[in-house]
Structure formats: structure tokens, C-alpha cells
Design a protein around this ligand. Structure first.
Ligand code: HEM
Length: 402
């Protein structure tokens, strides 16, 4: 029954009737199989790829690889081989977990820990494989942005492997297992492990997690249970050359370094004005609770906007961005101190039906309005991947292409 990567076959994701009546979609995690450590998180429990399931895993590792071949026919052949292998391995991992598959794995003695594998394809791969005509329009290259300090070695990639679980040892062992099977075909281009607070140590595991700046991050997000989730997050390509992506999603991955020394030098009140929300409870400035709608028109006694003109949430709000929305899944990364200081920040992933009207529309607005957060962050890595649906009747992801 399990269709490998857990995504969603054409049937599972069709139209607005995205989720079956019995779908589990608890954002609190209570009673959610995705928090059941004795299971993996793959499989079409919710009709969605593991990477977009709620609650999010405590640990992820995003790996981008390039295929070694250069001739279009060979690139195609390698892509098919790697996707076939990863799809089969993911199906097994989702079914049995890692220890049974790989004796002697470091994950021996551990539960599957809600393991989930999600695969993506970069635009460059389609070009290299001579399949430019099958490239969906939303898989466009991103334009440049103000906060970009991109390093080519941290950008792009032919294929994406996104592995999540509640235990970092399980993630690490699964990544090793998946990469080990394709070593002669693919080379790692970049990779970034990320984490959130573990449910086990959270006073309230249902609370929205905090990022390394201490902000409650992830409040405004479409919920898989909402009618708008499908049109905003899931790709619709019912026919034509891009139909291999119908019911999939597009992910923008950004490695955003946080300038934590500068940030922590700011007074707490000033930090709150940068984002437009309170640090204590995540409520919008002028509001009472985290889930209050921000009052963007409110003015203080001096006639100044309560939520500053350059506050992150004002500029990113749907009012400014014509309702551009995406599912933001932010993870922290902390690589200690490198040659140029603290290497820590946000492994930002945004999943959407079309990055041109999702991520790009929002980031443009953040630039145009002079997002106050820009002074404290630096975008160092960037990639866009098409994440195809997994169709039960097809042997591997993106079967329509190869
Ligand atoms: C909201 C932090 C980058 C888009 C927020 C919030 C925080 C935050 C604390 C408010 C709580 C919430 O709704 O989640 C950050 C940090 C970033 C970052 C620390 C970089 C290190 C980005 C980027 C984008 C983005 C790159 C997209 C281009 C949004 C959106 C909202 C939001 C759409 C919701 C706005 C609303 O409707 O209220 N962010 N963010 N953020 N952010 Fe970011």
C-alpha cells in the first residue's frame, strides 16, 4: 500500500479534495503518526510528501547532488537509475525503517523515529538531460535579491534528497544509506543538516518552535486541512509536458546565515520591531495572542505605525504580496565557528505551487520595502527543486520523464 515517498499520487492529491475525511492533520502532534517514533513518516497517511507533514521533524538533512554524466542520454540514464534506486530505498525505509535494511547501521537499536524521505529535481538536470521542453514554468531560476551573498558551491544541484526524523542518528544513517547506493552516479554538491527543538524537551510540543534568533517562527502558514492549502502549495499541471509534476510541489531552499552577534546586541524592543511580533509569545505588536491577525493600520500615540513600515511581517504579509503564500518549514543550522565567524542560521524551506508567485513575490516585497531583518541575515545558499508526486502505479518518482 505504501507508495514510497509518501507523496501523493494523482488520486491522493486531486483538486481541492486533497485529504480524505480520516486524514490526520493535527498541528499539535497529539495522536499524529508523524510523532510516533515507532513508525516512519512515509506512506500516504496524509496524501502529502513527508517533508510537508505536520508536525515537522526535529532533524532534517537536505543534500543536493549532481549526476556525474555529461552527455544528455547518459544524464537521463543516470537520473533514471538514481531515482529508481532512491524510490525503492525510500519505500523500504518507510515500510521497515533503517536497522532491518542495513545490518550494522549506526541506527541499530533505534526506532524509525518518524523517518521520511522526499526527493526533488533541479531545473539544470532537465536541461542537461535534453528535456528542456518538459521543464514546468514554475521551475524558473530565481532572480537576484538584496540579501543575496550566494556562494555557487552552496546553490543549485541536479537532485535533492530531503531526509527528516526525530533522531539525528537516524537521519545521518539514512542519508549514508541512500547516498551509498548511488556513489558511482552522483556527487554531493552541497548539504545542510538542520534541527528544531525536540518534542521531548519542549515544555509544550504543540507550540510553534523558535529559531536561533529566539523568534517564534512558523506562525502564519497554510494548514493541510484548509481549502487554500492545495492551490497554494500543490502544483497543478493536469496535461502537457509538465504533467509529471501534477500534484507535486516546488521547494525553495535557502541557507540564510544569521548575524547573531549583531542581533543579540539589539535591545529586545528593537528586535521585536524588526519582525513586528513580540519575542515573549509571538503576538503581533499591538495584538494579544500569537494567532491574532496583525493590525497593519494601527498607530501609536505619536501617530507612528505600531508595526513599523519596514517590519518583516508587514512586508511579507499577504496584503503586500497579493496573497502570495507558501508553506514555510524553517530549520535551524549551527555549524559552530568557521573561518569567517559564527556559522549558524536558518535552513529555510518553502513549499509552494509556484515559486514565482510564492517565494519570489514575497522576497521581492521584502527587498522593495527594505526588510529590517536584512541587516541581520545573509543568504548564502539557494536552490529550487520540483518535488513530483509519488504515484502508486509508477515504479519511481518522475516516471513520466524517464
Ligand atoms: C513571518 C523570521 C526569512 C517569509 C516570519 C516571522 C518570523 C520570521 C519570526 C513571524 C512569525 C511567523 O509567521 O512565522 C524570519 C527569519 C528569516 C526569515 C529569521 C531569515 C533568517 C524569510 C524569507 C521569506 C519569509 C526568506 C520569504 C521570502 C515570511 C512570511 C511570513 C514570515 C510569508 C508570514 C507573514 C505574515 O503573513 O504574517 N518570518 N523569516 N521569511 N516570513 Fe520570515
Amino acid at each position: 500500500l505504501l507508495a514510497g515517498l509518501g507523496a501523493a499520487g494523482a488520486t491522493g492529491l486531486a483538486g481541492g479534495g486533497l485529504l480524505g475525511a480520516g486524514a490526520v492533520r493535527s498541528s499539535s502532534g497529539a495522536g499524529d503518526p508523524a510523532r510516533d517514533l515507532s513508525l516512519s513518516r512515509g506512506g500516504p497517511r496524509q496524501g502529502l510528501p513527508p517533508a510537508v507533514l505536520t508536525p515537522t521533524p526535529a532533524h532534517v538533512h537536505v543534500v543536493a547532488v549532481d549526476l556525474n554524466a555529461e552527455e544528455p542520454a547518459q544524464v537521463s540514464e543516470q537520473a533514471r537509475l538514481v531515482l529508481e534506486r532512491w524510490s525503492a530505498q525510500a519505500r523500504e525505509l518507510h515500510g521497515h525503517g533503517l536497522p532491518e535494511l542495513a545490518p550494522g547501521t549506526p541506527a541499530r537499536g533505534l526506532h524509525p523515529a518518524s523517518l521520511g524521505v522526499t526527493l526533488g529535481l533541479g531545473a539544470g538536470l532537465l536541461e542537461r538531460a535534453g528535456l528542456a521542453d518538459r521543464r514546468p514554468d514554475p521551475l524558473a531560476d530565481l532572480p537576484g535579491f538584496e540579501a543575496d551573498r550566494l556562494e555557487p558551491g552552496l546553490c543549485g544541484g541536479d537532485l535533492m534528497l530531503h531526509v527528516g526524523a526525530e533522531d539525528p542518528l537516524v537521519v545521518s544513517a539514512a542519508v549514508e544509506h541512500l547516498l551509498g547506493g548511488v556513489r558511482e552516479h552522483a556527487t554531493v554538491r552541497w548539504s545542510l543538516p538542520g534541527f528544531q527543538r525536540a518534542a521531548a524537551t519542549a515544555v509544550d510540543p504543540s507550540a510553534t518552535p523558535r529559531n536561533l534568533m529566539g523568534q517564534i517562527d512558523g506562525t502564519v502558514n497554510p494548514d493541510p486541512g484548509e481549502a487554500r492549502f492545495a492551490p497554494q502549495v500543490l502544483a497543478a499541471h493536469p496535461g502537457g509536458g509538465a504533467s509529471w509534476m501534477d500534484g507535486g510541489t516546488y521547494v525553495v531552499v535557502r541557507r540564510i546565515r544569521m548575524l547573531l552577534d549583531d542581533w543579540s546586541a539589539l535591545e529586545p524592543r528593537a528586535r521585536e520591531r524588526v519582525v513586528g511580533r513580540r519575542l515573549s509569545d509571538g503576538a503581533p505588536l499591538g495584538g494579544a495572542r500569537e494567532d491574532d491577525l496583525p493590525d497593519l493600520a494601527a498607530r501609536d500615540a505619536d501617530g507612528e505605525p505600531v508595526i513599523p513600515a519596514d517590519a518583516h511581517i508587514r512586508l511579507a504579509s499577504p496584503e503586500r504580496t497579493l496573497g502570495a503564500r507558501m508553506l514555510r518549514r524553517g530549520f535551524n543550522y549551527d555549524l559552530g565557528w568557521g573561518s569567517d565567524g559564527r556559522e549558524a542560521g536558518l535552513l529555510f524551506t518553502a513549499w509552494q505551487a509556484d515559486p514565482r508567485t510564492g517565494f519570489t513575490a514575497v522576497q521581492r516585497e521584502l527587498d522593495r520595502g527594505g526588510d529590517a531583518l536584512n541587516a541581520y541575515v545573509r543568504h548564502e545558499g539557494s536552490a529550487v527543486f520540483a518535488v513530483p508526486p509519488v504515484r502508486e502505479d509508477e515504479p519511481h518518482v518522475a516516471y513520466g520523464l524517464w
